[in-house]
Design a protein around this ligand. Structure first.
Ligand SMILES: Cc1cc2nc3c(=O)[nH]c(=O)nc-3n(C[C@H](O)[C@H](O)[C@H](O)COP(=O)(O)OP(=O)(O)OC[C@H]3O[C@@H](n4cnc5c(N)ncnc54)[C@H](O)[C@@H]3O)c2cc1C
Length: 472
């Protein structure tokens, strides 16, 4: 059934009881009208009693136990699933593409999940403009593997297993970011299923307000069922992986930050710092991509990085972007518990910020600390052009912890350093965090659009975005 047909009040037919034995029905949760699932959605339903339920209940980072999962196969089914969700607004609703959300909100307990992982097609629409159409369930490693042989690439993130849907609606801070911008900066159009069940296309010309909102806050406005993105022409790149002694944590961070900021935009560098343990120094793992296949250029760009601190190990190669992205394995998502992670965007790694980061690492509050470089082409886009909040930041900082209270205490004490946060890396449930994610004028516009497109707040698995008229 096409989505147009699905929208015309389709004849409803109960899930046949014969297809759901009593043992399945016994595991059904109260508050879900399982028997009113329309026949057109039948082949997408996974209930707690289904043998495949264990494969879809959790995400990569978070355990969950939803009451019903719709693993949709086309836009018409997404429309039907949205209608079903609208008749169950007392329950949480989660939208899932790759299930790799660090926030872990693409599952829930006792609610509804609309899972788009089965829609994962990647196709070229126009070879002359490198325009590609990608469905939300595709993984970025598959996108890179498809585009690579054409001499193209789309900067996504540092893990190939991440899904297209979650990343392309939030931002996409990737290893080619300083050269080509955020992933959303290459977005040219998107198909969305809205809260009222309508299917719309958004681009600069069609529903431009929605297109603006999707690029940074997409998950609050609808379910993206396909993306049109313009790939960049990318040849082989320089790929350096280096491990340093970062015993002087603050000094190391400051040096790395200064080098990255003063490097040409063909260089993008990500850093992971492990806290000092058992008398050993802190260890820094630095991943750097140079968007060039010229060995002299690569050498020149890496020269200041190599001499930053004593090095334990290094590997430098000229390789394809696709081979860098083939760095993960997509298996069954079996996360447990609640992830705890905080994000902050900083403009510069100042001595004060570096010292505060060093204190955080030494405190033992964080077991995972990563900084991704931004700037370059990301900063070329004016902040008001998209809903992404942190255009002026040169760095995105993420810290993972085990205790929410302890991490909050440290992170809150550092808030003076931050000019924003990246929604995808922050699990803080406090509603006021939305004010850190978006600048005031962006937030006001988002709230007004929320009132227009989703006044009932159906799409709320991410940060709370209150539907509200602009304050005059
Ligand atoms: C190991 C790892 C490394 C990462 N590295 C980076 C990085 O370098 N750069 C970066 O930018 N990000 C990075 N991320 C974060 C990642 O981009 C986000 O967590 C993203 O949301 C994951 O997308 P997904 O589709 O796999 O997630 P899901 O868990 O499926 O979805 C996450 C959320 O996105 C929204 N969403 C999902 N699909 C749709 C859709 N079709 N329409 C509307 N909303 C939707 C929902 O709110 C959902 O709760 C990383 C994540 C992991 C796990």
């Amino acid at each position: 059934m096409s989505h147009q047909e699905a929208l015309k009040s389709p004849p409803r037919q109960d899930l046949e009881q014969s297809t759901r034995p009593e043992s399945y029905r016994a595991k059904r949760l109260p508050g879900i009208a399982y028997d009113s699932v329309p026949a057109s959605l039948k082949d997408s339903v996974i209930e707690p009693g289904d043998p495949t339920y264990s494969r879809v209940r959790s995400t990569f980072f978070r355990g969950g136990a939803p009451g019903i999962v719709f693993q949709t196969r086309h836009t018409g089914q997404v429309v039907e699933a949205v209608k079903f969700a609208r008749s169950h607004t007392h329950l949480p609703l989660a939208i899932r593409s790759g299930g790799h959300g660090i926030r872990g909100r693409s599952t829930n307990d006792g609610g509804i999940v609309i899972d788009l992982s089965r829609t994962a097609k990647i196709e070229v629409l126009d070879p002359s403009t490198q325009l590609v159409r990608i469905e939300p369930g595709a993984r970025w490693m598959d996108v890179a593997a498809t585009l690579g042989p054409l001499g193209w690439a789309l900067s996504s993130g540092d893990s190939g297993a991440v899904g297209v849907g979650g990343l392309a609606t939030a931002g996409g801070i990737g290893l080619l970011g300083r050269a080509y911008g955020l992933t959303i900066d290459r977005l040219r159009a998107v198909e969305l299923v809205l809260a009222d069940g309508s299917v719309v296309r958004a681009s600069d010309k069609e529903n431009p307000d929605l297109f603006w909102a999707v690029r940074g806050a997409g998950s609050h406005f609808g379910i993206a069922t396909s993306f049109e993105l313009q790939a960049a022409e990318v040849r082989n790149v320089g790929w350096a992986q280096m491990v340093f002694d970062a015993g002087n944590i603050a000094g190391f961070l400051e040096k790395w930050g200064g080098i990255v900021e003063s490097s040409p935009r063909d260089l993008t560098s990500f850093l992971i710092l492990s806290p000092p343990r058992l008398g050993q120094p802190a260890i820094a793992f630095v991943m750097t991509v140079i968007n060039s296949d010229n060995s002299k250029t690569i050498e020149d760009r890496l020269e200041p990085i190599v001499s930053m601190a004593p090095m334990f190990d290094q590997r430098v190669e000229i390789t394809s972007y696709a081979s860098i992205m083939a760095n993960a394995h997509v298996g069954q998502n079996s996360g447990v518990g609640e992830p705890v992670s905080r994000s902050g965007s900083v403009e510069h790694i100042t001595p004060d910020f570096a010292a505060a980061a060093a204190r955080l690492l030494r405190s033992g509050v964080t077991y995972f600390f990563q900084i991704r470089s931004m700037g370059g082409a990301i900063a070329d886009v004016p902040v008001e052009a998209t809903a992404f909040g942190s255009r002026s930041a040169n760095f995105e900082v993420t810290a993972g912890g085990t205790s929410r209270e302890r991490l909050d205490e440290s992170w809150d004490s550092m808030k003076g350093f931050f000019c924003g946060l990246y929604l995808s890396f922050d699990t803080d449930p406090r509603p006021e965090r939305v004010r850190s994610a978006f600048p005031p004028s962006t937030l006001e516009r988002l709230r007004a659009l929320k009132l227009r497109y989703d006044p009932g707040n159906l799409f709320r698995d991410n940060l709370f975005l209150e539907p509200r008229r602009p304050q005059r």
